[in-house]
Design a protein around this ligand. Structure first.
Ligand code: F6P
Length: 362
């Protein structure tokens, strides 16, 4: 079977590179394989609302460097709509509505650009009989089965520029500057931006920290005449004691310390333990904004054209993936329900330790 008409949607957190990927899929599919492209608005929500339109070449031309997504996105999880109290299906069965829209639009395939949740939903829909091809998108780089996701490199670039700027103000004020980065439950973004920005301390979800280790490192730096330090904290980082708690206990524990997020909690602990003046920057959504880096433009375009080739071959149920320097594909069933976190013995962790970076664990 080959693909004559396909739908394309972007789902989950936006990131630079989404439009480059849309352009890659659509231009290759239309120009090389003569396919018809249906744009679906706002992720899976658009399939539920029937919010779809024919995309013309002018729609996917000139968008390589545009941030965000021309299609819009949402965090709609159609398989997750269950009533928490009774665990019963609520509202109309969204999955049946999606399948009905897929048929009404006369789609041969659905191309989904997204993170873990999006590709997991794509896999579940393929189990419901839809043809699905996925592309790995997220600034978190936490999708199993691919060495890198598009969006990650742009976020590392943005975060590194921010860390560079913090060095000058930290030095001027002899302060400890904390920068809290995104990454959800994985530490890839903080690890790579921390190394790129020369972070003195990097705290990752995968390596629970002890405040005693952090303060010892800061005091040693002060004794060596380094009057300032940069601490890169992943939003999912946890202390050793918190790592041993379940979700409920951790939430209860955190209500005791009135801090809006992990960066502020760590700052309070550092000031209490060392007396050093500490300030916090939460970089937030800036990591998801603006234009894609050149590498992300290349990666997203490569993923897009590889997805178009899967469509032409009728090779469904797969997610395109980067393996080393090659773009291939993995089964969506392999990706679904999994997250790629930083192994504590990852070479980049060892690289950072080799240049004196502290992970709060020694
Ligand atoms: O998955 C990308 C991401 O930016 C995470 O790093 C972050 O934790 C989350 O999305 C924020 O979600 P939202 O955009 O719904 O606030």
């Amino acid at each position: 079977m080959t693909t004559k008409t396909f739908g394309i949607l972007t789902s989950g957190g936006d990131c630079p590179g989404l439009n480059a990927a849309i352009r890659g899929v659509c231009r290759a599919a239309h120009d090389r394989y003569n396919m018809t492209v249906i744009g679906i608005a706002n992720g899976y929500r658009g399939l539920i609302d029937g919010d779809a339109r024919l995309l013309k070449p002018s729609d996917f031309s000139g968008i390589l460097t545009r941030g965000g997504t021309i299609l819009g996105t949402s965090r709609e999880k159609p398989f997750k709509e269950r009533d928490k109290a009774t665990d019963a299906e609520i509202g109309e069965d969204k999955v049946e509505v999606i399948k009905d829209t897929y048929r009404k639009l006369n789609l041969d395939c659905l191309v989904v650009l997204g993170g873990n949740g999006t590709n997991t939903t794509g896999h579940l829909l393929s189990e419901e009989g839809l043809n699905v091809v996925g592309l790995p998108k997220t600034i978190d780089n936490d999708i199993y089965g691919t060495d890198m996701t598009f969006g990650f490199h742009s976020a590392v670039t943005i975060a590194t520029e921010a860390i560079d700027r913090l060095h000058s103000t930290a030095h001027s004020h002899n302060r400890v500057m904390i920068i809290e980065l995104m990454g959800h439950k994985a530490g890839w973004l903080s690890l790579y931006a921390g190394v790129a920005g020369g972070g003195d301390i990097i705290l990752l979800p995968e390596i629970p920290y002890e405040i005693s280790s952090i303060s010892r490192h800061l005091l040693e730096r002060a004794r060596d005449g380094k009057s300032f330090s940069i601490v890169v904290v992943a939003e999912g980082a946890v202390s050793r004691s918190e790592a041993e708690m379940d979700k409920k206990a951790r939430r209860k524990h955190r209500t005791k310390t009135a801090a809006p997020s992990i960066g502020y909690r760590v700052a309070k602990e550092i000031e209490e333990a060392t007396g050093m003046e500490t300030r916090v920057t939460v970089l937030g959504y800036l990591q998801r904004g603006g234009i894609p880096s050149p590498w992300d433009r290349v990666l997203a375009t490569g993923f897009g054209t590889a997805a178009a080739a899967l469509l032409a071959a009728g090779d469904y149920g797969k997610m395109v993936a980067l393996k080393g320097t090659e773009i291939g594909a993995v089964e969506l069933s392999e990706v679904a329900g999994r997250t790629k976190t930083v192994p504590a013995d990852h070479y980049m962790v060892d690289t950072a330790r080799s240049v004196g970076t502290c992970f709060g664990d020694s």
